[in-house]
Design a protein around this ligand. Structure first.
Ligand code: FE
Length: 155
């Protein structure tokens, strides 16, 4: 009985520790005021990049983009992914098995029922999506990205 109480106390404390503003408290190399972000981005891009919304599966034309090129951050234009690491995950979101080097950063995203690894642009902090460990070789990773957070630049 007592062990169980301690377990619940522990879980409650970790849940409380996880509560923090999305990316507002982190400092990034590229920063804008909220008004500037709203002016710079479309409402859809703003919802994903700045409010961590997730676009509807299958809604992004980038999900089926197969040309060679680079995927840039829709917030600050930093190149994030190469078409060479893109694959069809069948999820309805653009998926990659690897980001470009020094392009993204991650943090634990603790929900009520799951812990996911959130992925954001390392330069502007814009939310991109999540990374899972059910991807293909050689990394075994699946970077599940919102197409709204990316801009495709053909080679
Ligand atoms: Fe960015």
């Amino acid at each position: 009985m007592q062990r169980r109480s301690f377990l619940w106390l522990g879980l409650t404390l970790s849940a409380l520790a996880a509560i923090r503003p999305a990316s507002a408290s982190d400092s990034f190399e590229f920063t804008l005021t909220d008004a500037e972000w709203r002016a710079r981005l479309t409402p859809g891009q703003y919802a994903v990049l700045r409010q961590e919304e997730t676009e509807r599966a299958g809604s992004s034309p980038l999900d089926h983009e197969k040309r060679a090129g680079l995927y840039h951050c829709a917030g600050c234009d930093l190149p994030l992914f190469s078409s060479k690491a893109k694959y069809d995950s069948g999820t309805g979101w653009p998926s990659f098995w690897q980001p470009l080097s020094d392009a993204v950063a991650t943090r634990e995203d603790k929900g009520w029922l799951s812990i996911r690894t959130e992925v954001h642009c390392r330069r502007c902090g814009g939310h991109l999506g999540h990374v899972f460990d059910d991807g293909p070789p050689p990394t075994g990773l699946r970077y599940c990205m919102n197409g709204l957070a990316l801009v495709f630049v053909p080679a």
